[in-house]
Ligand binder design. Structure first.
Ligand SMILES: Cc1ncc(COP(=O)(O)O)c(C=O)c1O
Length: 439
C-alpha cells in the first residue's frame, strides 16, 4: 500500500521542525534556500555522522545508505582518515608548493588501476573530466567527444549534454540528438558532442564509424547499480574505439567503489584514460585523471611548453591527498568483499520484499551499489527510466526516512564497511513495513 504522499509529508514536517526552519531561513541568502537535497524538499539537515550513522538537527538517527553520493566506502570518520587530517591541520594545512603526499597517492592509484601509468589531481570529478576532455582534444587534434545518453560526467559544459533530455527533443532511439541539460551552454559546445544509446552495439558501431575522424574520445559512465548493461557491451565499446583510433575514457568517479580496481577490473577493459573522484579524497574534495604515459605526458610542461596545462589553488592539497591515501589504504580488497557480500544480501532482500508487495520494482545492482526502480520492466537505458512511478519513489523515500534510513529515493544506495548483516536486515524489515503501511 504505502502511506499517501500527503500523510508522509505531514509526518515529516511534524517531526523535523528545525530542518524545515533552517531550510526556510536559507532562502533569503541562497537561491532555493540551500545547496543540497533541493530536489528532495523538505531538506534534511545533518548535524553529525559516525560509522554508518547520521544524526539530523532534530535529533533523529539514520542509517546512511547514500554515503555522500557513493564516496564514503568506509562510512563516516574512518580512524585512519581522521588521524591523517589531524596531523595536517596542525601542520600548516596548505602551502603553495609541492608536497610529499603527492607521490604516494599517485603510486597507490597507478598500482590499484593497472591501466594507468600516470595521474594528476583536481578538486572535483567535474574538473577531472574538464581536463580530460581538453587533453583528448589536444592529443588527437579532433574537435568532438562522444558520450552515452543518460551518462553523467559532471557539470562542465561539454559533459552536461543528454543526461536527461526531454523525450520530445531527444531524437530516435538509435541516433539520439545531443541536447543541452542546462541553459547557458553554447550551441557550439553541443555541436561537438556525439550522443550514443547504451546497450545498442549496432547503433554505436554506426555512429562511431560515421564520426571517427572527428571524435577524439568516447567517455563511458558504467551507470553502476542504475542501468542493466552487460560487461560485453562495455568491452564492445572499448574494442571499437581501439579499432577506429578513438581514445577510450572510463569514468570511474563513482564506480571506483564497485571493485578495488574499479569497474574496468570487473569488465576486463584497459582504457586509455580514467577519471576519478569521490572515494579518492576520503571525504575531502577531489578529482583525478590518469592513464597511458604517451597521452598523460602532454601535461608535462617541464621540458618546454606542450600547450596544455592544468592547475588550481587547491589541486593536490595536503589535506585531500593524505585523507585520500588513508581512505584507500584502508579500503582493501577484503573490505570490498565485505561490501559485496552485504550488497548481495541487500539485493536479494529487496527482490524478496518488493515481490511480496503491490509495488512493482526492478532491482538493478552492481556489487555494492543498487537501485530499486519503480517499474516492472528492465532498465537498459535512459528512456526506460522515464517509465518510473515518480510519486512512489517519493513516498518510499519519506517512509524510509521516518523509519530511520537515509536512502533517498532508493536510487544508488550503497553499503559501507561498518555495516553488518543486521544493518541490512533492519533496512529490509523497515521497507517491508513502509510498503504495507496505510494512511
Ligand atoms: C560518473 C561521474 N562522473 C563525474 C562526476 C562529477 O563528480 P563531482 O561531483 O566530484 O564533480 C560524478 C558525480 O556524481 C559521477 O558520478
Amino acid at each position: 500500500m504505502v502511506k499517501s504522499v500527503e500523510t508522509l509529508e505531514r509526518l515529516f514536517a511534524e517531526s523535523h521542525p528545525k530542518s524545515i526552519a533552517l531550510y526556510e531561513s536559507g532562502k533569503s541568502v541562497m537561491p532555493g534556500g540551500g545547496m543540497k537535497s533541493l530536489g528532495y524538499s523538505p531538506a534534511l539537515y545533518i548535524d553529525r555522522a559516525e560509522d554508518c550513522y547520521m544524526w539530523d538537527i532534530d535529533g533523529h538517527k539514520y542509517v546512511d545508505w547514500i554515503n555522500n553520493a557513493c564516496a564514503m566506502i568506509l562510512g563516516h570518520s574512518p580512524k585512519g582518515v581522521v588521524a591523517a587530517l589531524d596531523k595536517i591541520v596542525h601542520n600548516g594545512i596548505v602551502f603553495g608548493a609541492p608536497n610529499a603526499y603527492e607521490k604516494p597517492i599517485a603510486e597507490h592509484l597507478c598500482k590499484r588501476i593497472p591501466s594507468m601509468d600516470k595521474v594528476r589531481f583536481t578538486n572535483s570529478g567535474t574538473e577531472a573530466l574538464m581536463n580530460t576532455i581538453r587533453l583528448v582534444r589536444a592529443y588527437t587534434g579532433k574537435p568532438k567527444i562522444a558520450k552515452f545518453e543518460g551518462g553523467f560526467h559532471g557539470t562542465t559544459d561539454d559533459a552536461e549534454v543528454s543526461i536527461a533530455p526531454p523525450l520530445e527533443n531527444a531524437g530516435s532511439d538509435e541516433s539520439p540528438n545531443a541536447v543541452a541539460d542546462s541553459k547557458g551552454i553554447n550551441q557550439s559546445t553541443i555541436d561537438n558532442v556525439v550522443v550514443m544509446p547504451y546497450n545498442d552495439s549496432e547503433a554505436v558501431d554506426l555512429i562511431l564509424r560515421e564520426n571517427k575522424d572527428d571524435i577524439a574520445a568516447v567517455f563511458y559512465d558504467p551507470k553502476s547499480g542504475n542501468y542493466e548493461i552487460p560487461h560485453e557491451f562495455l568491452r564492445f565499446v572499448a574494442n571499437k574505439c581501439k579499432e577506429l583510433g578513438i581514445i577510450f575514457v572510463m569514468d570511474e568517479v563513482k564506480s571506483l567503489r564497485v571493485a578495488y580496481g574499479g569497474y574496468q577490473q570487473l569488465a576486463g577493459v584497459d582504457p586509455d584514460l580514467t577519471t576519478m573522484g569521490k572515494l579518492v579524497g576520503g571525504g575531502m574534495p577531489v578529482g583525478a585523471f590518469g592513464g597511458k604515459s604517451y597521452i598523460m605526458d602532454m601535461m608535462d610542461n617541464t621540458k618546454g611548453v606542450t600547450g596544455i596545462s592544468s592547475g588550481g589553488t587547491y589541486s593536490a592539497n595536503p589535506m585531500t591527498l593524505a585523507a585520500g591515501l588513508a581512505h584507500m589504504e584502508e579500503a582493501t580488497p577484503e573490505v570490498y568483499d565485505h561490501l559485496k557480500q552485504l550488497g548481495e544480501r541487500l539485493r536479494v532482500g529487496l527482490e524478496d520484499v518488493f515481490s511480496r508487495s503491490d509495488v512493482p520494482a526492478r532491482i538493478v545492482a552492481t556489487e555494492n551499489i543498487m537501485s530499486a526502480h519503480m517499474t516492472p520492466d528492465p532498465v537498459r537505458n535512459y528512456r526506460d527510466i522515464l517509465k518510473f512511478d515518480r510519486e512512489m519513489r517519493r513516498r518510499l523515500m519519506l517512509g524510509m526516512m521516518l523509519e530511520g534510513h537515509y536512502a533517498r529515493e532508493l536510487q544508488e544506495i550503497t553499503t559501507s564497511a561498518p555495516m553488518t548483516n543486521d544493518t541490512v536486515d533492519d533496512f529490509l524489515a523497515s521497507l517491508e513495513k513502509v510498503l504495507q503501511d496505510k494512511d
